[in-house]
Design a protein around this ligand. Structure first.
Ligand code: NDP
Ligand code: GDR
Length: 333
């Protein structure tokens, strides 16, 4: 039975990856931070049999402990401060977690393996945010980086470190340059979920409007369930490498609003959407669109959910969630 250690198991991708690996017969270990993490119950419900280990990406000895207990064949480093907007407000914490956290988990693996890093396979959750102010469109593995946020800079550090451990120690280390991927499990701070949840609440009469920032930026949005499959495929190859994972389509926030509001029967969303400078960023990534032909050719990976299907799936899930919690509010005294 192969053994996998996932950092960031309480996040969107951690839950999908844990489910996928369990279905494939893995023994799944997950790193959980904090002394009483409220997401533990959700993780245990979604990933039956998961073994949770206490640890934090800012604490090397806890990572060494987690590696010693789990003895992993594969490590997926998904833990991070992942919200770009927060990374300006908590730049140091972002650097420590999203950047230096990669160094610490790699060091934990090196120290426990006694320099023989050939046994363990490592996946680093890199990001299209590394392309930032894009130098070419679409972006591919060879596109130069120009990150635009402390988050993007930290991810770029983590990417190069992953490449460096591969080159320095012969480690099977892969960097997945993943473009935005979403789902009903997406955190409510991200724009897709903020919109799907807001639209559901507006349709049910629970909210009047949604307040957003820049509506002109464009992203390449895919479904998170598809993207964790690409992560796993990277670690099953004969040779470690880096891959762009993306749909190849780009859409604006306006188009996202069009699809989401149309789903609940509202054709003109302008009366329901406000803008506030609070949600604009000091430096924006204007457009992202990935060329995933290497992932398609080498990994045999392709996305299965279209942009429209993704947005509709998220709105439908939020409608159900909001109806359920409105029902509970009525019945619970
Ligand atoms: P989430 O924000 O949903 O999850 C982040 C995870 O990191 C949570 O489990 C969180 O734990 C954990 N975490 C935060 N700080 C620490 C810490 N100090 N020590 C240990 N764990 C910590 O992110 P996603 O699931 O969406 O993304 C997974 C990874 O992929 C992230 O690294 C992200 O940056 C990257 N990525 C995501 C993309 C996307 O579109 N989703 C695209 C490209 C890259 P807790 O619950 O305790 O807060
Ligand atoms: P992103 O995702 O920064 O691409 O990072 P996010 O959904 O936060 O922003 C996407 C775009 O929407 C614009 N926007 C808003 N964003 C948020 N969150 N809230 C708003 O109110 C709002 N209004 C407009 C943003 O300016 C931006 O242009 C995500 C994260 O998952 C990262 O961890 C990951 O690496 C990248 O995707 C790829």
């Amino acid at each position: 039975m192969p053994r996998a250690l996932i950092t960031g198991i309480t996040g969107q991708d951690g839950l999908y990856l844990g489910e996928l690996l369990t279905a494939k017969g893995y023994e799944v270990f997950g790193l959980v931070r904090g002394q009483s993490n409220p997401k533990i119950a959700t993780v245990e419900r979604i990933i039956p049999g998961v073994q949770l280990l206490e640890g934090d990406l800012t604490d090397l000895s806890s990572l060494i402990g987690a590696v010693e207990i789990s003895q992993p064949d594969e490590v997926y480093n998904l833990g991070a401060i992942s919200f770009v907007g927060l990374s300006w407000k908590q730049a140091e914490l972002t650097g420590e977690t999203t950047g230096m956290g990669v160094l610490r988990i790699l060091e934990a693996l090196r120290i426990t393996a006694g320099n023989d890093l050939s046994r363990v396979r490592f996946y680093q959750a890199s990001s299209s945010e590394m392309f930032g102010k894009v130098r070419e469109t679409p972006q591919r593995e060879t596109t130069p980086f120009h990150p635009r946020s402390p988050y993007g800079v930290s991810k770029t550090f983590g990417h190069y470190l992953t490449v460096n451990y591969r080159e320095s120690y012969g480690m099977f280390a892969c960097s997945g340059m993943l473009f935005n991927h979403e789902s009903p499990r997406r955190g409510i701070e991200f724009v897709t979920r903020k919109i799907s949840r807001g639209v559901a609440r507006i349709a049910l009469g629970l909210q009047d409007s949604i307040t957003l920032g820049n509506l002109e930026s464009r992203r390449d949005w895919g479904f998170a369930g598809d993207y964790v499959d690409a992560m796993w495929r990277m670690l099953q190859q004969d040779e470690p490498d880096d891959y762009v994972v993306a749909t190849g389509e780009t859409h604006s926030i306006r188009e996202l609003l069009d699809v989401a509001f149309t789903r609940v029967g509202i054709d003109d969303w302008t009366p329901y959407v406000r803008q506030d400078p609070r949600f604009f960023r000091p430096a924006e990534v204007d457009i992202l669109v990935g060329d995933a032909s290497k992932a398609r050719d080498v990994l045999g990976w392709k996305p299965t959910v279209t942009f429209r299907e993704l947005v509709e799936m998220m709105v439908d899930a939020d409608l159900e969630l909001e109806r359920e919690s409105a029902g509970q509010a009525l019945t619970v005294p």
